[in-house]
Design a protein. Sequence first.
Length: 158
Amino acid sequence: MNLKILSLFAAVLLVGACQQSTPPAGGATGAGATSTASGGAGTLAQKLVEAGNTIYFEFNRSDITGESRQVLLRQAALLNQNPSVTVTIEGHCDERGTVEYNLGLGERRANATKQALIALGVAAGRVNVISYGKERPAQVGHTEQAWAQNRRAVTVAN
């Protein structure tokens, strides 16, 4: 089951990377849904991807941009229409910086995303956070383009 989830994650990221060479500054796209929940959550996972389940951050920042806020509005609307579904916000960083620093920054990004969803009416108990730091890049590379793709928070249905 975990292998299937990871394979789906890799496939969605690959397709997302092919569709968009660079994310808009602080923008968001729908790449990276990895898991499903019971009761039609496979459909919810797809809807999250369609709504935009990924927001991006500037270098060394964890604040939510205006463009990201638009994506989070769509996520919150979807989650508020499906009150039994829980999600996990995955915080990610680019390869620069130490493992420890990037784990902390990824957590700040995930928590900022969680707080934005809570402010939009999603119950706090429905949103979990995890930081992967620089350990799960969306795009491997040592360029600004790759780094921009990796500075992100991804919302996945549990």
